[in-house]
Write a new protein. Structure first.
Length: 121
């Protein structure tokens, strides 16, 4: 028996608004709560992503680990090239180091959190 149910993944950041806009557009999540210090997005089926503003936020480094990535998100996409074009348009950046050998791609969100895209069967 579980103690609880999975509610959300929470990302630290310096500014809430850019992440709310980014993940709203990238993953189709709807803002349920947004303030200067926190944000909560949901798809209505139990998938949720939260953000919290942190003083002196330092974005994770990837592929370097001077500031560890702590976690990363994976997005299932139908087409890697089409997803890349849209992600870059929405504000993601693509690091030069891409270890996925064309199986997956690594990007950074506007706050510097790494996330990956891959085609899932």
């Amino acid at each position: 028996m579980a103690v609880g149910r999975w509610a959300a993944v929470t990302l630290d950041c310096a500014d809430i608004a850019p992440l709310v806009d980014f993940y709203r557009d990238v993953a189709g999540l709807k803002p349920a709560h947004v303030s200067e210090n926190s944000g909560f997005l949901s798809n209505g089926d139990g998938v949720a992503l939260a953000m919290q503003r942190v003083e002196d936020y330092r974005p994770p480094e990837w592929p370097g680990q001077a500031v560890t990535q702590q976690l990363h998100l994976d997005l299932a996409v139908a087409d890697l090239d089409a997803a890349e074009a849209e992600l870059l348009h929405l504000g993601a950046t693509k690091p030069t180091d891409q270890p996925g050998n064309a199986k997956w791609r690594v990007y950074l969100d506007p706050a510097g959190h790494p996330f990956c895209t891959s085609v899932w069967d």
